[in-house]
Each structure stands twice: as structure tokens, then as C-alpha cells.
Write a new protein. Sequence first.
Length: 274
Amino acid sequence: MWRRFRHSGSGVAGVVLLAPIVLAALLAPWLSPGDPQAMVGPALLPPFQDAAYPLGTDRLGRDVLAALLHGASASLIVAGAAAIGALFLGTVVGTIAGFVGGRTDEALMRLTETFQAVPGFILALALVSVIGPSLGSVVLAITLSSWTGPARVVRSEILSLRSRDFVDAYRVLGMRPMEIAFREVLPNALPPVVTLAAVVVAAAILVEAALSFLGLGDPNRITWGRMIAEGRSVLRTAPCLSLVPGVAIILTVLAVNLIGEGINEALAGKRAAA
């Protein structure tokens, strides 16, 4: 699969785009030490006017490059944690529903449909408004608004696998149903989930940015969505304050989607070879 992924133009392009963003997020404390929200220079300094502040300063005199680097860290942490939570929850629910079947399947699918009845962003917005803006509440809100897709995909795969001969063989050997489901059946149902993971991560980045833009992100952290929101008041005189983080979001989401497309092509090639 890795060999096929390396020959995927979209996958390689996605890695090339995402790698420097992830690297910048990891190295943010060293590339830009100190508080990114500290006022360090004159307000609204244009980009490329001062070597000390390559991207200029915002309306409060804060370094835009420092905010961009630390914002990458915050945005990727939230999106990554929320995506992992959504994939884990969806995988568990989908596996139990698909393997057990019957009333358990009906109950879990009705629960899934209940969450799907409300648009994901509206649900996340409502949850953060009730719980309060913080890093943990944003992660929880995005997780609870994104798990239904993985749950349905996993359930569909489990339904097609649970009647295979190898499952009956494990039952004859005396393995418990949940042990068979999670240890033997689930690994065979994961390839489509791996492809879906890229979609979940990209959606999480956008939802986090939207929540931060509306002032519902962690007030103690700089995020790309918050940078766009703070720059809108001076959009005509200093468009770069909103444009720079906006481009960062676009490039990150594009990179994640290209990686997902590359993984999909690699898995398709593997299935064709099989």
C-alpha cells in the first residue's frame, strides 16, 4: 500500500503541503518563543516591512507570524484529537451494531440517525455554547458531531463480514462474540475508515475554525479562526490579517483531502491486485 501511495500524485502533493504545516506547529515554541498574544511592536505594521516581524503585526501590535505558528499548533491539536475521538466512537458503535444485530443494531442506528438529524456544525455550536468555550469542549463538540459517518461505514463493512466462514470458525473455537468482533472482524473492516479519516480531519479543522471565528474557541489560545475574526474589523485597511490564516486553513484542508485521495487510490489498487 505504501508503494502505491508513493506513486499517487495527489497523495504525494498532500504530504508535501501538510508536512511543513505540521513541522511549523511542532516547532512553534522554538521558532517563536514567548507569548504569541503579547504586544511586541507598532500596530498594523504591513508584511515584509520589518525583518523582526515578517508578516507584520495586528491591530494590537502582536506578531502575526508568531500567532500563525501557534495557531497551527492549536488548530491541528483540536482537529486531530476530535478526529481520533470521532473515529474511535464511530468504530465502536458501528462494530457493535453490525456484529450483534437485532435490537442492539436498531437502537444504535436510531441513535445515529438522531445525531445525523442535526447538522454537525449546529450541534457543535450548541454543545460549546452550553458547556462553555474551552479546548476540551471544542474537541468534545466536534467529536459528537462527527462520529456518525464512521459508525455507518464500519457497520456496513461488519455486516458484510460477520457471515464469513472465518467468523464461524472462531465461534467454534469458543471465542467470545465481542472478542471476535473487535479482534478478528474489525481489522478487516478498517480500510474504508482509513480513507474516511481524512474527511473527518478536514471537517474538524473547518468546524474548529468556524467556532473560533464566532468566539467559541478557547479564549486562552490563538487559533486560525480567531485570527480571521480579529482581522475582519480592519479588513479594508489590513486584509492580510484575515487572508494569511484563511490561506493556512485552505492549504491544510486541501492537503488532508489530497492525502485521503492518495490513500483511497492505494487501497483501490490493493483491492484490484487482490
